[in-house]
Design a protein. Structure first.
Ligand code: ANZ
Ligand code: ZN
Length: 833
């Protein structure tokens, strides 16, 4: 920033300004979005809603500052903008805090929400306060239940027993997505497995669409997020192959991405925790059965990540059974091991140690044969070392060997040929596999949406009819909320005991609650009509406002939340409730706010308190600092930024409005031409810069305009010049994107009202014709031509213009060009070859 005068706090008093405008906005509600009869085009700008786990922190302050730039920009551009907020208010943080303090999660949650709401208003977020929603309120979760019953009817919600991720600390199941590096996402406890009957949403039904839909988001979503979602869905193509097992009637299926290596299979491996392994082991001798049982016990506690790690020593038990290779009749020993997962593919593999590293490690550990079936070469065409000797599997392309009819084929040809062969023989077929699993949504915790199912001895699982929704959570009072492996709701016997909605017999309520990611999977549609008591949202409202034009939030939600919301949207589309399949047309991920190089935390002692920053520097300065810190995707280190500098700049901007002496409405045409050109250029560029998320550049440009205007007042056109008023008004309008209090105060000193609703003045293009500079075109250092160019011309454009001049072309003749040195805007020197 250029030099600024000393902070004039006697005049620019941000405390007084905040106190002046907050009650005015509270009364005027400038951001109540138009509902009916509003002819303006619509924009839906959405910030990810917060957990009410305490007061707002620096991370919220960044996210809302940036989201506000976008929302306020579209308002000022003349759009009918929907920019709502609410609270993701169910979930473990509230429940655990409540357990620790022996209080009711509802009261704790409501208190935090009230506090956050006050802070958001103080922070001047441009939210529509008429549309606030809270997911822990029955009028919201009623519709979770309603959607659940629709999903249940369509087979998209179902219950099944399976091995699930279990957090021994939180005493609850976790979705695969909530296990990070083998640890519980919430508490970092190592996750174990447990066999339980649980509720699932059938996300896999939409696996292909979830994957293919990502392509339509390219360019509008960060590449990184698209890549993470792709990996998570993890579609792979290969083949299912049937292997006969000696002494068993049924063959087994295995999934492989490399059917071309079928002749190189030297053993089979089944997941030790699969049903097949248990069945095969049951027939083995006593010693093997005992070894198997011991091994299984040990594996139970292992995480998926560990099991798949290539670093670990391989372990396993020979089951004393054999399979038969369908292509060559070879007998293959069957082993049980942990490195094969029970719930991927078919939970069993053919092992090809020469071409798969984990199989090779296992073969080495168990002294099993290795057979090369692909001749793989390095880049120079040299043969790679034999895997059996080197211990390194060759996994690349190559030519088939030792493979009967496939010999001599390249890998891709061999894959096609063997699939055709297996198809014809009825022993295999092409197959697609996904890493994506169905979404486990039931939780054995209190603070969530009760699953709206009644279990009846005669009728089975019966959904609660619409007219009996919501199934309201029983009061926490009297219940022991401590995690104990069974839902705390089970103890609420009056609540649990009910009658079957179908046959009227005595029946029991389901006692699990829904994963809170259910709440956030469709909340953006509830904002359209948050008090609707007939439906989760109105189909016509959805047509009018959705999908979301711009979603803003942290990259931490790159997989879970966004994937689930996309799944819900597709399911709702198939129920005829929305007419689109992708909920978020564009996504901006803001970075994190750090302190001294690391994430802020109390224990690390580097926590910066938002409330203290606001008290010391003012809301506007903090918001401006967030926007000015750098590209929004980058992390901000609070140690490297200067909210004090921001406050000084705001004072300087504010004084422009104070100094203007012309009357509102004065015609600027007669004003200082250079200042007018600068003002209109800034006005035009800033709008484009906002739309490409370069908020920091917008701030820099406004700073420049403030300096130029100050100069005009002090030593140029003077405070009465109409161009000075025009410039000060544009500064106020642009500043209202980032510093709404200062902007409103300036606007009012300039004789107007409601800066946030003031639309951008029209850009006068005729003012943008800049004066030109003369550019010298040299060839080998000799002046050959001259060009008249704009002072801001880009290097590439100038290079092309210079190369095209007559003088340059004549001097270069047929010689090629070795180098062009561009010093925009004044000089281009061409060096011919
Ligand atoms: C034989 C083979 C030969 C394989 C070779 C690879 C290389 P993606 O791409 O992730 O789908 N696999 C199959 N089911 C498995 C399970 N339940 N647990 C662990 N591994 C399993 O991976 C598919 C490959 O992973 C399959 O292809 C199989 O090993 C293994 F040179 O089969 B392959
Ligand atoms: Zn019944």
């Amino acid at each position: 920033m250029t030099e600024t005068p000393a902070f004039d706090d006697a005049r620019y008093d941000f405390h007084a300004i905040e106190e002046r405008w907050l009650p005015v906005w509270e009364e005027r509600q400038p951001f109540r979005s138009g509902r009916e009869n509003d002819a303006r085009p619509t924009k839906y700008v959405l910030d990810m809603f917060p957990y009410p786990s305490g007061d707002l922190h620096m991370g919220h302050a960044e996210a809302y500052a940036l989201g506000d730039v976008i929302a306020r920009h579209w308002v000022q551009k003349g759009f009918n903008v929907l920019h709502p907020i609410g609270w993701d208010s169910f979930g473990l943080p509230a429940e655990n805090a409540a357990i620790k303090r022996g209080i009711d999660p509802a009261g704790w949650t409501e208190d935090n929400i009230a506090q956050q709401l006050r802070s958001m208003k103080r922070y001047a977020c441009s939210f529509d306060w008429d549309r606030v929603l809270m997911t822990h309120r029955p009028d919201y979760y009623r519709w979770n239940q309603w959607i659940f019953t629709r999903m249940f009817e369509k087979g998209l919600a179902y219950r099944k027993p399976s091995q699930v991720n279990w957090c021994p600390n939180d005493q609850t199941v976790l979705a695969n997505e909530q296990v990070v590096g083998g640890l519980c996402e919430r508490c970092d406890t190592p996750v174990t497995k447990k066999k339980l009957t649980q509720w699932y949403f059938k996300v896999t039904e939409y696996a292909d669409e979830l994957l293919d839909g990502l392509e339509t988001l390219r360019g509008a979503w960060p590449d990184k997020v698209i890549a993470m979602q792709r990996n998570w869905i993890g579609r792979s193509t290969g083949a299912d192959v049937k292997f006969r097992i000696e002494g068993r009637d049924e063959p087994i299926d295995i999934y492989t991405t490399r059917p071309d290596t079928l002749h190189g299979a030297t053993f089979m491996v089944v997941a030790v925790d699969s049903e097949l392994a248990a069945e095969l082991a049951a027939d083995a001798d006593e010693e093997t059965r005992a070894a198997f049982a011991t091994y299984l016990e040990k594996v139970r506690g292992e995480s998926e990540i560990d099991r798949l790690s290539t670093e670990r020593e391989k372990t396993g038990v020979f089951l004393q059974r054999h399979a038969v290779n369908p292509v060559n009749g070879e007998r293959l020993p069957i082993w049980a091991s942990d490195y094969v997962l029970a719930d991927y593919g078919h939970g069993a593999i053919m092992a090809v140690p020469a071409h798969d590293q984990r199989d090779l490690d296992f073969a080495k550990a168990m002294d099993l044969p290795v057979r090369t079936v692909l001749d793989c070469r390095d880049e120079d065409g040299a043969e790679l070392p034999d895997p059996a000797e080197s211990g390194v599997a060759t996994t690349g392309d190559g030519t088939l060997v030792n493979s009967g009819s496939l010999d001599g084929l390249a890998k891709a040809e061999a894959i096609a040929a063997i699939i055709a062969e297996l198809d014809a023989a009825g022993t295999g077929a092409e197959a697609v596999n996904y890493r994506l699993r169905d979404w486990l949504i039931s939780r054995q915790r209190y603070w969530g949406t009760p699953i709206p199912i009644v279990h009846c001895d005669d009728c089975g699982e019966v959904p609660v009819p619409d007219d009996q929704l919501p199934v309201v959570l029983p009061p926490a009072e009297g219940l022991d909320l401590k995690p104990k492996g069974q839902s705390p709701l089970a103890a609420a016997t009056d609540w649990v005991n009910t009658t079957c909605p179908r046959c009227g017999a005595a029946a029991l309520r389901d006692t699990d609650t829904m994963d809170t990611f259910v709440d956030s999977s469709w909340y953006f549609l509830r904002y359209l009509d948050p008090t609707n008591t007939d439906a989760p949202f109105d189909v016509e409202d959805a047509k009018r406002w959705a999908p979301i034009d711009q979603y803003v939030g942290g990259v931490t939600h790159a997989i879970l939340h966004l994937l689930y919301a996309r799944f819900f949207t597709k399911a709702l589309r198939d129920m005829g409730m929305v007419d689109f399949g992708e909920p978020f047309s564009a996504l901006l991920n803001q970075g994190m706010v750090q302190m001294d190089g690391s994430a802020m935390s109390k224990s690390r002692g580097n926590l910066v308190r938002l409330s203290e920053q606001l008290d010391e520097f003012g809301v506007d300065a903090v918001r401006l600092t967030m926007a000015f810190a750098g590209p929004p995707e980058d992390d901000i280190d609070w140690a490297d930024v200067s909210p004090a500098g921001s406050a000084k700049f705001l004072a300087r901007a504010w004084r422009l409005a104070r100094d203007v002496t012309s009357e509102p409405g004065v015609d600027p045409a007669a004003g200082d031409a250079a200042l007018r050109a600068h003002t209109h250029r800034t006005l035009k560029d800033s709008q484009e810069l906002v739309e490409s998320f370069r908020f920091n550049v917008v701030v820099a440009r406004v700073m420049e305009l403030v300096n130029v205007t100050r100069k005009a007042i002090d030593s140029g056109a003077g405070p009465a010049d109409p161009a000075v008023r025009e410039a000060a008004e544009v500064v106020a309008i642009l500043l209202s994107l980032v510093a709404p209090y200062c902007a409103e105060d300036m606007w009012s000193m300039l004789g107007h009202e409601d800066v946030a609703l003031a639309t951008y003045p029209a850009v006068d293009e005729s003012l943008l014709v800049e004066e030109t500079v003369t550019c010298i075109v040299q060839v080998k250092g000799k002046v050959r031509d001259r060009l008249e160019v704009a002072p801001g011309i880009g290097e590439d454009e100038l290079r092309e213009l210079a190369l095209a001049t007559d003088g340059a072309r004549r001097a270069i003749g047929d010689a090629g060009i070795r180098a062009v040195i561009v010093r925009a805007p004044k000089l281009v020197n061409i060096v011919p070859a």
